[in-house]
Structures are given as structure tokens and as C-alpha cells.
Design a binder for this molecule. Structure first.
Ligand SMILES: [Fe+2]
Length: 130
């Protein structure tokens, strides 16, 4: 994995997700067009109480919750997926339409930074680290 971490790309036509972990120069395409890189940098704190992933390290697993107030889940507005990485491994969980945005992941390495990502279909990508 390159040192800047993971890049997520999304197809604006079909919603497909693509992770780039090793070569950041790769520009994936889907449905005949280049995919859009998802950027978590543009967010202000507005909406963070419902979008920022909260990472909880436990003895045998890592729990990620999206929002201090859990993000709402409906067909119109929801968290589509949550990802977690410790720099060596990555886990991604796609959520159902009404699944609460709380995911139990594997235990991550604890000797470096752990990053969690949550993608809201309305408000984009949100990232936090621990
Ligand atoms: Fe949202």
C-alpha cells in the first residue's frame, strides 16, 4: 500500500466502487467513463455529528459507528458502505437499505494509524483516524 493510503473511486453511472491501494497513478474507468475520485478533504465540521466514523478498538474486533448520532438509513439518504484499514489490510462492508451504520470488523493492527471511511450517498466520503 502506498503511503498516502487508499483512494476510493466511484462510478457516477452505476455506483460501482473501486479501491486503489498500490499505484495512485491508476485511473479506473467504468460504464465508459473515468471514475470520480472520492475526496474526504472538502468536508467542514457541518454534518460531522452524523457522518464521521467513530473507531472503537476492542479485544477481538474493531467496531465502527457512523456518527455520534447514528446516520439515518433510507433509500433516499444512507451510508452505502464503511471501510476500515490499518495500512496493511482493508475491510469494506456494504450496508443494506435499513442496516444501522454500525459494523464489526476484524481486529486491526495497533502499532499504527487506523483509518475508517464512510460513504453517504448524499454527503460523500467521510474519514477519521485513530
Ligand atoms: Fe448524509
Amino acid at each position: 500500500m502506498y503511503k498516502e493510503g487508499i483512494k476510493f473511486y466511484r462510478c457516477n453511472t452505476c455506483g460501482n466502487l473501486f479501491l486503489v491501494m498500490i499505484d495512485p497513478s491508476v485511473r479506473p474507468s467504468c460504464c465508459g467513463s473515468e471514475m470520480e475520485v472520492l475526496d474526504s478533504e472538502h468536508h467542514t465540521h457541518e454534518g460531522s455529528e452524523k457522518h464521521l466514523p467513530i473507531i472503537e478498538l476492542n479485544e477481538d474486533h474493531t467496531l465502527v459507528k457512523v456518527g455520534i448520532q447514528l446516520h439515518p438509513m433510507s433509500a433516499q439518504h444512507r451510508i452505502e458502505w464503511i471501510a476500515l484499514t490499518d495500512g496493511e489490510s482493508v475491510e469494506v462492508r456494504k450496508l443494506g437499505l435499513t442496516t444501522p451504520p454500525v459494523v464489526r470488523f476484524s481486529k486491526m493492527r495497533s502499532d499504527g494509524k487506523i483509518h475508517a471511511y464512510a460513504f453517504c450517498n448524499v454527503h460523500g466520503l467521510w474519514e477519521s483516524e485513530k
